[in-house]
Design a protein around this ligand. Structure first.
Ligand SMILES: CC(C)(COP(=O)(O)OP(=O)(O)OC[C@H]1O[C@@H](n2cnc3c(N)ncnc32)[C@H](O)[C@@H]1OP(=O)(O)O)[C@@H](O)C(=O)NCCC(=O)NCCS
Length: 137
């Protein structure tokens, strides 16, 4: 998982950070495998009462645009709903057009913007969009 995370983020999470999250009972991790049983993507969400958030989602760089993230996100939304969540939130960099398109396709809408939220590894600070989707509709 850490190796795949590295293909998607300038500041990826290492094995320890991922393991730490997956040890938490309120976190849900779903993984996608190809026919050769190779890990090709994953999503991690965290739930608190009836609210859930996407902590991370990534598809292997070599296997993008093949529907991997769509499958992961759709399953995470449905499982979270079954586990009692009414809404799903997430944060995404304003320049991450691929992710924003993905989230819009699944019904997420921008609810606020955090100006200059992302600073690490960037020439200039980048805004974060906060997006949300109701799960009961
Ligand atoms: C964003 C990401 C997870 C999408 O994964 P993916 O498996 O390639 O996505 P899918 O194939 O399921 O695409 C689903 C939809 O997302 C949108 N999308 C995905 N990649 C896109 C791109 N490069 N440009 C425009 N839209 C894109 C499209 O609407 C697409 O639907 P379509 O193919 O019917 O047009 C992937 O690009 C990734 O891992 N990026 C790096 C990590 C990251 O940014 N994660 C999100 C952090 S908030």
């Amino acid at each position: 998982m850490a190796a795949i995370h590295k293909t998607g983020f300038a500041h990826p999470w290492d094995e320890g950070a991922l393991r730490n999250l997956m040890d938490k009972p309120n976190c849900l991790a779903l993984a996608a495998f190809d026919a050769q049983r190779e890990l090709i993507g994953f999503i991690i969400t965290r739930q608190a009462d009836d609210e859930c958030e996407v902590l991370t989602i990534v598809a292997n760089r070599k296997k993008r645009r093949a529907g991997i993230a769509s499958l992961l996100l759709a399953d995470a939304l449905e499982l979270s709903r079954l586990r009692g969540a009414n809404s799903m939130f997430l944060e995404v960099a304003s320049g991450n057009k691929a992710a924003i398109k993905l989230y819009e396709k699944y019904g997420f809408e921008e609810i606020s913007r955090r100006a200059g939220y992302y600073t690490q590894g960037r020439n200039a600070p980048e805004d974060a969009l906060v997006m949300a989707k109701q799960l009961d509709v």
